[in-house]
Design a binder for this molecule. Structure first.
Ligand code: NAD
Length: 251
């Protein structure tokens, strides 16, 4: 697929070194899109980029919580590929350590997760905006969670905030022709999720909450990612789509 002036599109993917971010990168490269794997784990980002091929992928060090680090990563990526068309705000702290009652996480802990899960998106959106506005295919995709629809723990509240940010950024970036949408996955089979989620909890979630009785796979997210990053969703912005096997059911 092409973006600015007929060039292949370029996507800046935070947390792209592994898990869902890496699965998105693989799918986009297969479509002819170039990818920037921006990750706090620079070694893993560079290795994942090398696996995808130097012509199609670049690995850069990026701590989304650190505005200066984000700016450096975005500058490097835009210079390398001659612009950016897509931002995927995927990096996040997640799972059991943060799925805790709100008064049981210290103020320092709250700041730590808010800095990554919420302000990280603001930092990346701000730094990428000048590049996305020059694209004829400018799109931002945020990653929330089904936890953001039943937000009674610390993690869920940060993912509720991601839904709010999606609407706010959609409004703010619309004059620049940049669309902003969001995916809210249920439990997926990324390595970190499978290592962290207690098996009994996962089994109970699938049996009693999901309508589709199987574990979500990262591949289940790829079609929705392609849709929101591509021309088929050209008239959609500010939306959050749940990819959760039927949970939570809404009318
Ligand atoms: N896996 C799931 O079941 C699931 C479900 C719902 C939502 N999500 C969300 O999807 C996203 C990805 O999940 P995953 O399971 O692939 O995670 P993961 O832990 O496998 O990968 C996350 C990546 O982000 C990187 N990262 C962490 N902090 C960073 C920072 N400050 N700056 C840059 N990179 C950073 C990590 O190094 C890692 O490579 C997260 O936002 C998560 O909350 C995941």
């Amino acid at each position: 697929m092409t973006g600015t002036t007929g060039q292949p599109r370029t996507a800046f993917i935070t947390g792209g070194a592994r898990g869902i971010g890496r699965a998105f990168a693989q799918a986009l490269v297969a479509d002819g899109t170039r990818v920037v794997l921006a990750d706090i784990d620079e070694t893993a980002a560079k290795q994942a980029a090398a696996d995808l091929g130097a012509a199609a992928a670049l690995g850069v060090a990026c701590d989304t919580a650190d505005e200066a680090s984000v700016q450096r990563a975005v500058d490097e990526a835009a210079a390398h590929f001659g612009g950016l068309d897509i931002l995927i705000n995927n990096a996040g702290k997640h799972l059991m350590a943060w799925s805790r009652p709100v008064t049981e996480i210290s103020t320092a802990g709250w700041r730590e997760i808010l800095d990554v899960n919420v302000l990280g998106i603001v930092n990346c959106a701000r730094a990428c905006r000048p590049h996305l506005r020059r694209s004829d295919a400018g799109a931002v995709l945020n990653i929330s969670s089904v936890s953001g629809f039943a937000a009674t723990d610390v993690y869920g509240i940060t993912k509720l905030a991601v839904r709010g940010l999606t609407a706010a950024l959609a409004k703010e970036f619309a004059p620049d022709g940049i669309r902003v949408n969001c995916l809210a996955p249920g439990p997926m089979d990324s390595e970190s999720a499978m290592a962290d989620l207690p098996e009994a909890l996962l089994r109970d979630f699938i049996a009693n909450k999901q309508l589709i009785q199987r574990q979500g796979r990262m591949a289940d997210l790829v079609g929705a990612m392609r849709f929101f990053c591509g021309a088929d969703s050209a008239f959609i912005t500010g939306e959050t789509l749940i990819v959760g096997g039927g949970h939570p059911l809404r009318v």
